[in-house]
Design a protein around this ligand. Structure first.
Ligand SMILES: Cc1cc2nc3c(=O)[nH]c(=O)nc-3n(C[C@H](O)[C@H](O)[C@H](O)COP(=O)(O)OP(=O)(O)OC[C@H]3O[C@@H](n4cnc5c(N)ncnc54)[C@H](O)[C@@H]3O)c2cc1C
Length: 485
């Protein structure tokens, strides 16, 4: 039997359907099932109904009707999020944005692009690169995530060390508030300081402040040359030291990715063999630029720096080897999940100098509790994807304990509990470990300014006010162990 809240959501969706077209309303439970989950591994919560927006006007109508009827709305891009942001834990309407697709404008002279939020990132990049231009952010999910989701999560990626994360590329947004007010924020010019930087506040707001219906991004000239180095090490600590050396050298690689022994083994077991030998860890380093000679000279210098600590340094000179390396790297998260019955994936960032010590502490925490901690990630940014892996169901609680102890280690080293995957549902209850009560309260007030009734993506990002009713009703939004059969 449907709850009263579900019935209310269905009635609201029917009213939205009368404004935007009934064919955009999905209420078949079989079709709704995928919209209850994302890639976080958190338990699914299928919604009673979804609205498939095809235009900015559809979003306005959906948010106007939903607010008038007090129905929660959870925006959804392509569902690749890793922190549970798109899971509709409080029911209501899921607002699908994947049909808000396509490139609206590409201006070579002004070096900017305007795109709709549902565009898959890789499509945007291909369109931009065909014009000799370049858009920096490159999350490993680029062939399946949407630009709107990237903006909502302030997504990063391997190239962020040199090119920065999504916020540094977004110039302006068209955004719709709960209630249906449509706003344009930001600018099209390269410079501009008018008013508060509302665009910057919306980037990374995890679907809790507004729904994006158009995104304006800056572009730059495409780097013409790339050199890829692969260095292998006795252990991940030596690799961590090499990252420190590389940063100290003054070189600016576009990519410094780290993989530990377990990652290399799991890749190999899945048939990916781009890393030779039996290394304790590997670094994938790329340098790029417009001048091929300069890039080659920098790569030589980087190779010399790496050789001080590496067992071996290889140049991935042919395109095939480079493609194989990246294919394996991009699949790593999925491969680790397939290789173990249980996986808790963490995404933390620490000061680069602390990487060797943090890796040591992570390994020891896993060993003490009988689980494996395996790390890979964007080492140039200190952004580690640290995975707690286990196969014995009796270790579920130990795995969760390991993850929490790892977060404490990160904070001890002045790191942050989320480097790029966001807080969402997965880390909502840990945000108070990092941020003061005053800062959390300021953010709650910001949320109230955008969404006074708290209906847009409720239960995400910010922990409830201590003692509040929704906290008692909803219980912890914290991370649960993900287990695979
Ligand atoms: C294999 C794999 C590799 C990954 N690698 C990376 C990586 O390298 N770097 C990285 O940063 N992330 C990575 N991710 C995480 C994920 O791909 C990103 O967070 C991505 O930005 C999510 O986009 P999405 O379209 O799938 O969003 P969804 O999962 O659908 O939604 C994510 C959040 O954005 C909100 N949202 C979506 N669209 C809108 C909109 N139009 N308006 C307002 N809010 C919206 C949702 O409410 C939700 O809170 C990876 C994920 C996977 C599965």
């Amino acid at each position: 039997m449907r709850s009263a809240a579900d019935e209310r959501a269905l009635r609201a969706a029917a009213a939205i359907g009368r404004r935007v077209g009934a064919h955009k309303i999905i209420d078949d439970p079989d079709l709704l099932a995928p919209f209850g989950a994302d890639e976080s591994g958190l338990p699914a919560a299928p919604p009673p109904v979804a609205v498939r927006a095809e235009s900015s006007d559809d979003v306005v109508a959906a948010l106007a009707v939903a607010e008038a009827r007090g129905v929660p709305v959870t925006p959804r891009g392509r569902g690749t999020g890793k922190s549970g942001g798109a899971i509709p834990i409080r029911g209501g309407i899921v607002l699908l944005t994947e049909r808000l697709d396509g490139l609206v404008e590409l201006d070579r002279a002004e070096r900017l692009a305007v795109a709709r939020p549902g565009i898959v990132l890789q499509r945007l990049q291909e369109a931009v690169e065909a014009e000799g231009l370049f858009y920096g952010p490159d999350p490993a999910s680029l062939d399946s995530c949407a630009l709107g989701g990237n903006v909502a999560e302030n997504a990063g990626g391997p190239r962020a060390f040199k090119y920065g994360v999504t916020r540094e590329w977004v110039l302006g947004l068209e955004a719709v508030l709960m209630g249906g007010t449509r706003l344009r924020t930001g600018r099209r010019t390269r410079k501009g300081v008018a008013g508060y930087d509302v665009t910057a506040a919306l980037v990374g707001s995890e679907g809790t402040l507004a729904v994006f219906t158009e995104v304006t991004v800056r572009l730059q000239a495409r780097p013409a040359a790339t050199q890829t180095l692969l260095a292998t090490f006795e252990d991940p600590f030596a690799a961590g030291e090499a990252v420190r050396d590389l940063l100290g050298s003054g070189l600016v690689p576009c990519v410094i990715e780290i993989l530990d022994r377990h990652c290399v083994e799991v890749m190999r077991a899945a048939g990916h063999n781009p890393i030779p030998g039996d290394p304790g860890a590997a670094l994938l380093v790329e340098l790029d630029g417009r001048d091929a000679g300069r890039v080659e000279a920098d790569a030589l210098e980087a190779g010399e720096v790496l050789e001080r600590r590496a067992a071996r340094v290889l140049v991935a000179s042919d395109a095939g080897h480079r493609r194989a390396l990246w294919a394996a790297r991009r699949e790593l998260s999925t491969l680790l999940a397939k290789a173990h019955a249980g996986k808790l994936a963490d995404d933390v960032a620490v000061p680069c100098g602390a990487i060797p010590e943090v890796l040591r502490r992570f390994e020891a925490l896993g060993r003490e509790r009988g689980v494996t901690v395996s790390c890979y990630g964007h080492a140039g940014d200190g952004n580690l994807h640290a995975n707690v892996l286990w196969d014995d169901p009796a270790l579920d609680a130990a795995a969760r304990g390991t993850l929490e102890a790892m977060l404490r280690v990160v904070l001890e080293h002045r790191g942050t509990i989320s480097g790029e995957h966001g807080i969402g549902l997965a880390k909502r209850d840990y945000l108070a470990w990092e941020q003061s009560a005053g800062l959390l309260e300021l953010q709650r007030r910001l949320k109230e300014a955008f969404d006074p009734r708290g209906l847009l993506n409720p239960g995400k990002l910010l922990p409830d006010r201590p003692g509040s009713r929704s906290r008692r009703a909803a219980g912890s939004g914290g991370r649960r162990a993900s287990r695979r059969a």
